[in-house]
Design a protein around this ligand. Structure first.
Ligand SMILES: [Zn+2]
Length: 194
């Protein structure tokens, strides 16, 4: 159990009510530790955040993936508990950079998660669900939408990593997700809200 009591985790804030800044507290420390392990063995890490019946925040034991993905196994919840979101890492040197991939977006949109958090190096990025967020996504459609934005950006001279960041912003606009960025271990600052 963590001491954090941020109302954001309950997922009942409207887009207009979202904070400009999200402090991560102990979650930020845990994610930073997961990233350090990822930097050592170049494997992705992920952990699932959930609320217990008293509204207290918990974090699952970190899951370990490979260089490019980590399979999210969610802890089984009992009645009254609910998932808050997933935080994961992208190891350095993998070319994925500090941006969500198509699969990351699709998983977030197909869940009821309030937040998706990602750390690469010292950079943090977060997606936040609002009442304006699409309730599901087709991963193949979403991937091709991202690739189109990336191709356009690269044809205008942006690097592949910059293009991926621009594609993240474009997907947030298309699917009604709020986007935050920051430096480990937080806080994050608002970049876009739907
Ligand atoms: Zn990812």
């Amino acid at each position: 159990m963590l001491t954090d009591t941020t109302r954001l985790w309950f997922g009942d804030l409207t887009s207009a009510e979202l904070p400009r800044t999200i402090g991560l507290g102990e979650i930020g420390q845990l994610l930073d530790e997961m990233y350090r392990d990822s930097a050592q063995d170049l494997r992705e890490r992920a952990a699932v955040l959930f609320l217990d019946r008293a509204g207290r925040l918990h974090v699952s034991k970190p899951l370990v993936g490979d260089m490019r993905r980590v399979i999210i196994r969610r802890p089984e919840l009992i009645a009254g508990e609910r998932y808050v979101g997933v935080m994961h890492t992208h190891p350095p040197l993998m070319g994925t950079g500090v941006a969500f991939g198509g699969q990351d977006f699709a998983m977030m949109l197909d869940s009821t998660d309030v937040i998706a958090l990602l750390q690469t190096g010292s950079s943090l990025v977060a997606l936040v669900r609002t009442e304006k967020t699409a309730v599901k996504a087709d991963v193949d459609v979403l991937r091709s939408q991202m690739q189109q934005v990336e191709r356009n950006a690269m044809s205008q001279g942006y690097t592949a990593k910059e293009a991926l960041v621009l594609a993240n912003l474009a997907i947030c606009k298309m699917y009604g997700l709020a986007l935050y960025v920051g430096y480990a271990p937080g806080p994050l600052e608002e970049v876009f809200r739907p």
